[in-house]
Ligand binder design. Structure first.
Ligand code: ADP
Ligand code: MG
Length: 603
């Protein structure tokens, strides 16, 4: 028998490998941009044509390559970033597999010009389908330019598989944004079909977010900062009132690398649990720094997924860090922390007031798809894409800080002062704070107070007001079952009932807060709402019921509160963990600053 095993020629092997690394124009964009970042570039330009089909070019002012390196960079497993297997565990660069350029060169016509700092001449290389067509010295700027033309020209199946130009462009913009957000210290620009559609100056992370998504974001986010030995977290979260029905801007960067992780996503969502409606999503831009030895980023060919050694600690730290950020912020609603020297004082002070609670949700299953699927981070919505692709360039340094009308002047005293409060239109409690006028929405305040009171009772039976005439109530069979299953939770809330014949319960007592309500309707509403929210968000059962009950009970606000009653509400509200928001995520407190008043009176 003759021997039959042959080694695949390099160009065939490269073409096969390319299938994994380069799936569409956006993958090539990502690889080229990451190479430019790895080369220490301070300015990176992305140029595309026809959704990347005819041209993808990245120009950087990084280290450049020698003639030999330029040639070698196109060989498979050619990398300057690791030398031995051990290096893998200490990696801090974006690329390391040495496959990207080889893959791209296997399926496109590639032209590179590169010159090292201090060298007189650079190198010009043209490669088509892994074949070097030309290599010669050339005069060119310092740094590297790689142009990929006619991607998949020799793989018609792949080329036909590409989507329309706008769709491919959208994927490219996603990648561009991810890299641009990961490196706010680097300048970026984006030229699409000969038009510059985005230019980002080097700046802070916040300026970069605003530069990428628009000046409106300046108002919408608050900073998160959490330093521990396991992980350092920094970045921004969207204020609860800006949460949206669609998953929009949700970004995790681990050691500057954009990643998707549904477990961490859940930690964020859990931190917002009682602050936003159950069918909405908060925005987040979070950077996590961890020791590279404690993560594994190599479990996915496109490297956007990651595994942590100590996943549950990272989860808990992330969740409580966000709680703290919201708690700090909600005491002084429109405070812009980045401009605020008093931030340190504020954060220490609010730590005393609001120790972060860590509620563990026993029902949470991190591996459940429905908790948060693989689409945890989705591509940008149409609106944003138009904004980026269609509108004139926005410099990040134009960030508009002036719209921040109600910034308190002294942040360490944003608690209501002991003065007599008054009621505006039977609804808003008005009181002094150091920086101006504080308005409290009576209904939201009651909801927040009741909700936290109910939650504190978890595991005990809540305070119950016995009914003078117990009520018997028949339920549908499934509702009756559900009611039995939720018996403990109902008890915690202060309900007292027992089975009373087929599908019927006798209700003996209810929480004092809801005495005046029609009890039958209340039970129906609680069960209905429970079923809906449970599907949406796998909420903690008690949390779910407590939310519904508190919003139900708080509907009966009093239009004629006396000053003493208002003072009690204010005190109870500010004893809450999160006074600034109702459990369904509506703002409860708003401050009209003296500055703002001054402006109105022309002072
Ligand atoms: P990897 O990034 O995984 O090492 P690539 O195929 O992307 O593999 O690149 C191969 C090598 O080519 C890199 O390790 C780097 O040394 C060099 N290289 C690629 N792009 C650039 C660039 N823009 N500037 C300088 N060197 C580059
Ligand atoms: Mg690379």
């Amino acid at each position: 028998m003759p021997d039959i095993i042959q080694l695949l020629p390099d160009h065939v092997a490269n073409q096969i490998a390319a299938g994994e690394v380069i799936q569409r124009p956006a993958s090539a964009v990502k690889e080229l941009m990451e190479n430019a970042v790895d080369a220490g570039a301070k300015n990176i330009q992305l140029i595309i044509k026809d959704g990347g089909r005819s041209l993808i070019q990245v120009i950087d002012n990084g280290s450049g390559m020698s003639g030999l390196d330029a040639r070698l960079s196109f060989s498979r497993h050619a990398t300057s970033k690791i030398r031995k297997a051990d290096d893998l565990w200490a990696l801090r660069t974006m690329g390391f597999r040495g496959e990207a350029l080889a893959s791209v060169a296997a399926v496109a016509q590639v032209e590179m010009r590169t010159r090292q700092n201090g060298e007189e001449l650079g190198t010009h290389i043209i490669i088509e389908g892994s074949e070097v067509k030309k290599q010669e010295p050339t005069a060119c700027p310092e740094g590297t330019s790689v142009a990929i033309k006619n991607l998949f020209f020799n793989v018609p199946a792949r080329r036909n598989f590409l989507k329309s130009n706008p769709v491919e462009t959208k994927h490219i913009i996603d990648e561009f944004q991810r890299v641009a957000l990961a490196y706010p210290g680097v300048g970026f620009s984006f030229i699409n079909n000969d038009q510059e559609t985005c230019r980002l100056m080097p700046g802070t992370f916040k300026q970069r977010i605003v530069g990428v998504f628009g000046s409106g974001w300046n108002e919408r986010i608050v900073s998160v900062n959490e330093e521990t030995t396991v992980v350092q977290i920094s970045g921004f979260i969207g204020k609860p009132e800006y949460s949206r029905k669609t998953r929009g801007e949700q970004f995790f960067f681990i050691n500057n690398r954009f990643i998707k992780n549904s477990y961490l996503h859940h930690a964020v969502q859990a931190a917002f649990t009682d602050l936003i409606a159950s069918d909405t999503f908060p925005a987040y831009f979070l950077r996590l720094q961890v020791d590279p030895k404690t993560i594994d980023i190599n479990i996915h060919p496109t490297k956007t997924e990651i595994k942590f050694e100590d996943e549950s600690s990272v989860y808990a730290i992330l969740r409580s860090g966000i709680r703290r950020a919201i708690g700090t912020f909600s005491l002084s609603p429109s405070l812009n922390f980045e401009n605020e020297p008093a931030f340190d004082i504020l954060s220490t002070r609010s730590r005393e007031i609001n120790p972060p609670g860590i509620f563990i949700n026993p029902d949470y299953n991190p591996f459940s798809k429905s908790a948060s699927g693989p689409d945890a981070v989705q591509s940008i919505g149409q609106a944003r894409w138009e904004q980026l692709a269609g509108k004139p360039a926005m410099s990040a340094n134009q960030s508009d800080f002036s719209t921040d009308i109600s910034r308190p002047s002294n942040t360490s005293d944003e608690l209501p002062e002991k003065t007599v409060p008054w009621l505006l239109h039977g609804r808003y409690i008005c009181t002094h704070v150091k920086s101006g006028l504080m308005l409290i929405d009576q209904q939201g305040a009651r909801e927040r107070i009741l909700y936290e009171r109910f939650m504190k009772n978890a595991g005990h039976s809540g305070q119950s007001q016995q009914l003078l005439f117990p009520v018997a109530r028949e339920f549908s069979a499934p509702d009756f079952e559900l009611l039995q299953a939720l018996r403990n939770e109902f008890h915690s809330l202060g309900f007292d009932f027992e089975p009373f014949g087929k599908n019927t319960v006798k209700i003996n007592g209810v929480p004092p807060e809801v005495q005046d309500t029609d009890i039958k309707t209340l039970f129906d509403q609680l069960l209905e709402q429970f079923k809906t929210s449970q599907q949406d968000l796998r909420l903690h059962r008690l949390d779910n019921l407590a939310k519904t009950l508190s919003s139900n009970a708080a509907r009966f606000i009093s239009r004629s509160l006396g000053p003493e009653q208002m003072t009690v509400i204010i005190e109870q509200l500010f004893a809450c963990e999160t006074p600034g928001y109702s459990p369904s995520g509506k703002p409860v407190v708003s401050i009209v600053g003296l500055d703002e008043l001054g402006t109105r009176f022309g002072r």
